[in-house]
Design a protein around this ligand. Structure first.
Ligand code: SF4
Ligand code: FES
Length: 234
């Protein structure tokens, strides 16, 4: 298998041809923040949290493949500010009240906010009026917290081989819709990867709330991405 060598923040990184920048960085113990990328799902390139500069141009690291000799910037003040702004906007665009959310401490949006030092909204909160679908016996969908990352859409399609979720409308009217009158009318099961894939408290399992106490949850103590960074230190 032919390899390529590139530089990320001054560190020489060996990668496989065809690999995405996100995966190549991960292999070298470099964390590039992300939200819409999930496991081995085909990348979507929609959230832009993974933006890096490649030879001076901004690219989404989850979709951009490696090229030999590329100079990649990741942890610069400019890119951190760019990503921080995206996270800031996601917070004000929905209704994210972390202190009342069962996903707190497991939530990737909240964890990224911690990582970027966000403590209060920078923009005006929009307080949109959105529905909660409680119809399913084991899962609920809270549109207030949906960040439209599309992970559930792709996981349902590509991993669960169902088509429970889809997006409708565009721009600020874009929203998630289920393939039926409500969640209960779909073939969604609590064990579906689509449910596990949600990075925030939008798609949640019922009856397991607070089984892990606040303070003992993954991101309560360890910053998001630290697992990748420490793997690279070994
Ligand atoms: Fe993403 Fe969750 Fe919304 Fe699905 S429900 S689009 S996984 S935030
Ligand atoms: Fe790359 Fe969302 S993780 S665009």
């Amino acid at each position: 298998m032919s390899g390529v060598t590139l530089t990320i923040d001054g560190k020489s990184v060996a990668a496989e041809k065809g690999q995405t920048l996100l995966k190549a960085a991960e292999g070298a113990g470099i964390y590039i923040p992300r939200l819409c990328a999930y496991k081995d799902l085909l990348p979507h390139g929609s959230c832009r949290v993974c933006s890096v500069r490649v030879n001076g141009r901004i690219q989404a690291a989850c979709v951009q493949t490696v090229t030999d000799g590329a100079i990649v910037e990741n942890e610069t003040a400019e890119l951190q500010e760019y990503r921080r702004n995206i996270i800031d906007l996601l917070f004000v665009e929905g209704n994210h009240f972390c202190m009342y959310c069962e996903k707190s401490g497991h939530c990737e949006l909240q964890a990224l906010a911690y990582r970027f030092g966000i403590t209060a909204p920078r923009y005006q909160l929009l307080y949109p009026k959105r529905d909660i679908d409680m119809s399913h016996p084991d899962v609920y969908l809270d549109h207030n917290r949906c960040i439209l990352c599309g992970r559930c859409v792709r996981a349902s399609q590509d991993l669960d081989h169902k088509n429970v979720f889809q997006f409708i409308e565009r721009g600020c009217r874009k929203r998630l819709q289920v393939n039926g009158e409500a969640l209960a009318a779909t073939d969604l099961q609590v064990t579906d990867e689509a449910v596990a894939s949600c990075p925030v408290g939008a798609l949640m399992r019922k009856r397991v709330g607070y089984s892990v106490p606040v303070g003992e949850r993954p991101y309560d103590n360890i910053p998001i991405g630290r697992d990748i960074e420490t793997a690279g230190e070994e």
